[in-house]
Structure formats: structure tokens, C-alpha cells
Design a protein around this ligand. Structure first.
Ligand SMILES: Cc1cc2nc3c(=O)[nH]c(=O)nc-3n(C[C@H](O)[C@H](O)[C@H](O)COP(=O)(O)OP(=O)(O)OC[C@H]3O[C@@H](n4cnc5c(N)ncnc54)[C@H](O)[C@@H]3O)c2cc1C
Ligand code: FES
Length: 280
């Protein structure tokens, strides 16, 4: 497994200024952040360590495409100490940024092939970076199918963008919720688990890369479905989440049976990690 080579600057905390904050759902906000005088220079699928002064640091995936210069976006769920402190900040506040870290999605390998992108819940945060990158370089990729699933209509992230994706004629997009809630009783799309959408997509397995990001419970069932559609194991990409402290392969917090999620991942192909029981 190839490990990311870190630059000297990976150890430095850079000052980031919050330019804009958008409330996305009850628990998730989108932060637009700019570094002082430099671009972040990330790849879709990579993450940064964000520090809120006085609260601590947390790993957060990049949600914006590297094709948008000047600032970057993070979609953050208020989960605990750091992320709640981040949610309490206002535009103009400063945060610390280390990174970008980790191996992202192998976009060069995807070129010329078809993509089946499957996002569940907050998994849309890193996949939005990939999706926007693909849209900005649309001619480099074959067919693009996007499937999104979440708990209920009230939990849908990036809803305005999803409406635009739905109108595009150069991709296919489908969305499902586990259940309808009172926030959107008028829901007219699918109700059911994400796995129910996969058989609806026409694919040529040998030229399809499936990219899946979601909570661990989803992987087991989605991978089974993708394998049954004959997509090769090495063409199934997933992003794993582990507790992280350093983000750069030193502390061991993110270790899964000898693999460092922060440096060997967080993006892996199924073939290289299927033997790791702890990964799922
Ligand atoms: C590579 C990577 C990418 C990630 N990308 C994203 C992303 O794009 N967006 C995002 O939102 N998250 C992302 N995460 C997850 C995020 O890093 C964690 O949610 C974050 O580290 C939590 O830090 P914290 O200090 O806010 O929570 P902590 O205080 O460390 O809490 C951790 C967990 O404990 C539980 N907990 C904490 N306080 C309480 C409480 N009072 N009651 C009950 N339970 C509690 C919560 O379930 C919480 O998830 C990513 C993680 C990794 C490893
Ligand atoms: S987070 Fe420290 S080794 Fe991965």
C-alpha cells in the first residue's frame, strides 16, 4: 500500500479566516474558509485538521473542489467538543488549519471510465468535492451516476445543489430517504435504503469505478450489492473514518491492524482492506 509523503509544511498550523457560514440542517453547517495568502491545494477525498482555539482539533474532509481557488469549504456536524465550538463561531473568526492530509480519490485513474458515486448522510461532504471536480472536468469522465441516501428529508445536505444535479442531462442522479418526516411531508422521491437504488442503475462493471462514503454500517450492504453487479474489488473505493490525533502517521490513534487511516487512507479500495476485520 502506497503511503502519502508529507511535506515539511504539514506540521505547521496555518491561520484560516471563516468567510461565510451556512446552516445546512439542524446539525450541519457549511464553513467557507480562506488561508492567509495561499491556496490549500487539496485533492478530493483529503481532509484537514481544524483547530478551534481553546477547544482542540478535529479531522474534517474538504467539501469543495480544488478547482475553486482562494477558499475552501468544510461541512461540519456538531458532534462533540471541537465541532460544537466551531458551530458557535461567526464569520470573521479565525481557526487553525493543518494539512491537507491523506490519500484522496484516485481521480487520474477514474479518467476515461464511468463513475457510480454513492453517498450516505454526511458521506456527501467529501463526495461533493469529487462531484464538483468531475463537473468542472466533465469531458475527462464517462457516464456519471450519483446516488444519495439519508435518514429523512430534513437531513438532506446541499439541497439546492441536489436540485441542480437532478436537472443535469450529463449525469444520472437519484435520492432516497429511510423515512419521511414532518419537515418535508411532501417528499416525492424514493423511500427506502440506498441499496434499493443500485439495481436501478445501468452499468458496465469492467469500466465502472464505484465510490462509496457513508457510515460503517452502510459499507457492508453496499459492497455486497456492488460485487453482485460484478464491479471488481479494486474498483470499489471507500473512505474510512477513525479517531485521529496527529493526522500524519505519528500517534497511532487511527491504526487499523497496522494500517494508518490518516496516511494510507482515508480512501482505500476494497481489495486492499477486505481482509481487515476491524475496518468494517
Ligand atoms: C478523515 C475524517 C474525515 C472527517 N470528515 C468529517 C466531515 O467532513 N464533517 C464532519 O462533521 N465530521 C467529519 N469527521 C468526523 C469528525 O472528525 C468528528 O465528528 C470530530 O472529530 C468530533 O470531534 P469533537 O471534538 O467535536 O467531538 P468529541 O468531543 O471528540 O466527541 C466524539 C464523539 O463522542 C460523542 N459525544 C461527544 N460529546 C457527547 C455528549 N455530550 N453526549 C453524547 N455523545 C457525545 C459524539 O458522538 C461524538 O461523535 C471526519 C473524521 C475523519 C477521521
Ligand atoms: S492520526 Fe496519528 S497516526 Fe493517524
Amino acid at each position: 500500500m502506497e503511503r502519502v509523503v508529507l511535506k515539511e509544511s504539514a506540521y505547521n498550523i496555518k491561520k484560516g479566516k471563516i468567510l461565510n457560514i451556512k446552516q445546512m440542517t439542524e446539525n450541519e453547517k457549511l464553513f467557507e474558509i480562506a488561508l492567509e495568502g495561499e491556496n490549500l491545494g487539496h485533492q478530493p477525498g483529503q481532509f484537514v485538521m481544524v483547530s478551534v482555539f481553546g477547544a482542540g482539533e478535529a479531522p474534517i474532509s474538504l467539501s469543495s473542489s480544488p478547482t475553486s481557488d482562494g477558499s475552501f469549504e468544510l461541512c461540519v456536524r456538531a458532534a462533540g467538543k471541537v465541532t460544537n465550538a466551531l458551530h458557535r463561531l461567526e464569520a470573521g473568526a479565525e481557526v487553525g488549519i493543518r494539512g491537507p492530509f491523506g490519500k484522496g480519490f484516485p481521480v487520474r485513474t477514474f479518467e476515461g471510465n464511468d463513475l457510480l458515486i454513492i453517498a450516505c448522510g454526511l458521506g456527501l461532504a467529501p463526495l461533493r468535492s469529487l462531484i464538483r471536480y468531475v463537473f468542472d472536468n466533465r469531458g475527462d469522465f464517462g457516464k456519471v451516476h450519483i446516488l444519495f441516501g439519508c435518514r429523512s428529508p430534513g437531513n438532506i445536505l446541499f439541497i439546492d445543489e441536489l436540485k441542480d444535479w437532478n436537472k443535469r442531462t450529463d449525469i444520472s442522479f437519484e435520492c432516497t430517504v429511510d423515512q419521511v418526516d414532518c419537515a418535508r411531508p411532501d417528499w416525492i422521491r424514493y423511500v427506502g435504503l440506498i441499496t434499493t437504488l443500485i439495481p436501478r442503475v445501468q452499468i458496465e462493471p469492467e469500466r465502472t469505478f464505484a465510490v462509496v462514503v457513508g457510515p460503517p454500517v452502510v459499507y457492508k450492504y453496499v459492497i455486497k450489492e456492488l460485487l453482485s453487479r460484478n464491479i471488481p474489488e479494486r474498483q470499489i473505493l471507500l473512505s474510512l473514518e477513525r479517531h485521529m490525533k496527529c493526522g500524519l502517521g505519528k500517534c497511532g490513534h487511527c491504526q487499523i491492524q497496522g494500517i494508518y487511516c490518516c496516511q494510507d487512507g482515508p480512501v482505500f479500495n476494497y481489495g486492499e482492506i477486505k481482509h481487515l476485520k476491524e475496518a468494517f
